[in-house]
Design a protein around this ligand. Structure first.
Ligand SMILES: Cc1cc2nc3c(=O)[nH]c(=O)nc-3n(C[C@H](O)[C@H](O)[C@H](O)COP(=O)(O)OP(=O)(O)OC[C@H]3O[C@@H](n4cnc5c(N)ncnc54)[C@H](O)[C@@H]3O)c2cc1C
Length: 345
């Protein structure tokens, strides 16, 4: 029997995979799935086919504009469209799939304590054989099982704004916070987001000056920085998603890496950590190394970087590969342009 803590996309996808062979219970602290939304909802098209649906995709992005502090910009054609998700629908879609496979979801159940097989919730104490922590960045499961260790967090602030946008193009502003971007839902509505370790309001206000529009909704949340030293399993406890810090440290996308990890539960619990590491550790580590390099950049460095990427041969490489797997293209970039060595770890 398996208890999954957290009914986010990763917990529900873990439930979907495990419920084929196990009795699965998903415990969610909120009263419904997918609210509040704390995510910009842009992903590559690497959503597992078993949970892919056009129903939750509200836009497809075919270009990325990368803008330097001196307002120079390059446009990258994305060979594979990026997808803009309705996160509420996306989360609920996966939850329904988990239920179809037999998983049971319980609401208003906040994990407050964990001792080996005993789980304590706000209004329930129960026991189970296997426990999965998919309870987000501040995972109580990780804390209670000694897997939390030291973690670094970034704050994300975002808004949906009304204005005029190119619906096929997302924008990335280099030099504003750790990450700032604009993701259009349509040519009238876009999501603007800034992410940084601190002073997030400053970054966000700078971004809003560049991307003018009427704010129709404000959102935000915390993002864990990938920690390669973490153990993501111990005894009968297994972590996945934000609870395991499985977030790309370049763009702070956590949905695809988390889903890749959760898919490993389809093969059961044996060697879960080894299998997950084999699939995503190298990529997350490379993202982290790039992040550490970027953290030391000033405006001049970003301007130089965009200048280098004005070369079509480099733009083609980054447009042809998904950012989920940087190891597939970083070497190719370096071979084409050795001057990138000083920008890439
Ligand atoms: C501002 C912002 C923008 C982002 N933009 C993107 C993006 O564009 N693309 C992308 O890929 N990623 C993005 N992310 C990251 C992405 O949102 C996460 O990586 C993703 O939601 C991780 O899913 P999860 O299921 O692991 O965790 P969550 O989605 O956080 O789900 C965890 C669930 O656990 C529940 N829970 C928590 N504690 C308990 C408890 N004690 N007991 C029971 N239940 C509990 C929560 O209520 C929640 O439902 C963004 C994050 C932020 C903050």
């Amino acid at each position: 029997m398996v208890s999954i803590i957290g009914g986010g996309p990763i917990g529900c996808y873990a439930g979907f995979n495990l419920a084929k062979h196990h009795d699965v219970k998903i415990y969610e602290e909120d009263k419904e799935i997918g609210k509040p939304v704390q995510c910009t909802g842009i992903v590559t098209n690497n959503i597992p086919r078993q949970i892919y649906s056009e129903d939750y995709i509200i836009n497809k992005i075919s270009e990325a504009e990368i803008i330097s502090p001196n307002k120079n910009s390059i446009v990258v054609d994305l060979r594979n469209n990026n997808l803009v998700l309705d996160r509420h629908k996306f989360d609920n879609f996966i939850a329904e799939k988990a239920k179809e496979n037999g998983a049971k979801i319980f609401f208003n159940k906040k994990l407050t304590g964990l001792n080996k097989n005993e789980l304590r919730f706000n209004d329930l104490t129960t026991t189970d054989d296997f426990i999965i922590g998919a309870d987000g960045p501040f995972s109580k499961t990780a804390k209670e099982s000694g897997l939390f260790r030291k973690r670094i967090f970034l704050a994300g602030k975002q808004a949906r704004i009304k204005g005029n946008f190119n619906s096929e193009r997302m924008k990335i502003y280099l030099g504003i916070g750790s990450f700032s971007g604009v993701v259009p839902e349509s040519n009238k509505i876009a999501r603007v987001v800034s992410i940084n370790y601190k002073n997030i309001n400053e970054d966000f206000n700078r971004l809003l000056k560049l991307e003018k529009g009427e704010i129709i909704e404000k959102q935000g949340g915390m993002i864990p920085l990938y920690n390669p030293k973490l153990k993501i399993s111990g005894g009968n406890v297994f972590l996945a998603g934000d609870a395991a810090t499985q977030v790309k440290a370049t763009t702070f996308g956590g949905i695809i890496p988390g889903l890749i990890a959760a898919e490993e539960f389809s093969k059961g619990f044996n060697n879960y950590e080894t299998r997950v590491n084999k699939k995503i550790r190298k990529e997350l580590l490379l993202n982290l190394m790039i992040r550490k390099k970027l953290d030391g950049f000033n405006d001049k460095k970003y301007n130089e970087l965009v200048e280098l990427f004005s070369q079509e041969k480099l733009r083609t490489i980054i447009g042809n590969y998904d950012r989920d797997f940087p190891s597939k293209f970083v070497m190719r970039l370096l071979l084409k342009e050795p001057r990138l060595l000083k920008f890439i770890p």
